[in-house]
Design a protein around this ligand. Sequence first.
Ligand code: FEO
Length: 400
Amino acid sequence: MENLLSVPIKNDIYYIGTNDRQTPLFEGMWPLPNGVAYNSYLIKGKKNIIVDLVRVNTSSVYLNKVQELLDGEDLDYIIINHMEPDHTSSIKAVLDVYPKAKLITNKRAVDMLNAYYEIEDNIIVVGEGETLELGDREFTFYTTPMVHWPESMVTYEAKTKTLFSQDIFGGFGTLDGAVFDDQVEFTKHYLEEITRYYINIVGKYSQQALRALKKLEGLDIELICPVHGPIWRENPQKIIDLYTSLAKQETIDGCVVIYGSMYGNTEQMAEAVAKGLAIGGIKDIKIRDITKTPNSYLLSDIWRYKGVILGSCSYDNSLFPPMNYLLTEISHQRMKNNYWGIFGSYSWSGGALKTLKKYMEDGKYDVLDTQLEIKGAANDEEIEALINFGKEMAAKILDK
Ligand code: FEO
């Protein structure tokens, strides 16, 4: 049968992943305007082996690909690098068709297989650094705990020097026709989506990510097959470098001003602060309305910009609720390489600045001492103070 649905990669390794353009939010909370791909790989040979599966909502498309490629042969093994359901929830559908397939994973995934899918049998457990010969190929497994879950591991196939890296090196965005790094306009289509994925999904585990990247340094890698985003065959070092930079939270000399405003007065304060930033020499400035920008994007901005200014109106004697939610998310991400600035507005008894101030103190953030609190709309004197506040932040960012 002609192979129409899968994509040959190298030496009988095939891409059999699926695209999801229906799910609006990844993990129920991160927007997917460009969808997401669930990458899966089938290695044909003396033994037929799948590496990582897809989400159940795409399983009928997926099974067509598997069945076309196997063309009546058995599936012998399924390597499960990561248990999150975007890569495993099709498992029952696959095992219904290929009940003899053995699952290969590590001990931390065994409980999860039972908890999610009531699967207890036909499991081969592998340990850190263990090598298995399957057919005419050799696979070595390396655990990468908390990148992204505790059971996460990667698989290295020696013959083709391929790293099946699960979530590591992945990103949002479907694979639209092309699947390889050298077939796509990376900067236009994937840079932002891979960056946002890293920050939203892996960012909080950056120390563990750096440990995982260190562990992989010793491998001779010619091909990287992640579970999301493009396959890296031309320049795997490019994605390794990008991930390393993200894991280190390397910031750029810019500033994001995030404001919460009910009637536009706090927005005008943000405009004045941004004017001060520009006068102070900052060229990369973003003003973000917290009510219109999902946290997914705000967190990405915060991760990358050296300067972050949060300005909020007060609401019921406390912080504007969307700003409160953002603070919760910032705590999860454990960002450490920013300079922070805060200001607040109020109508009668305040609340916003007090809450922001306490948050900064509790989290030991590097925050500017100037912390303006303005009643109602800013007058000329206050506008000037806000501009000076922006200039002060610019000097801090540019180390003047
Ligand atoms: Fe793509 Fe952590 O799952």
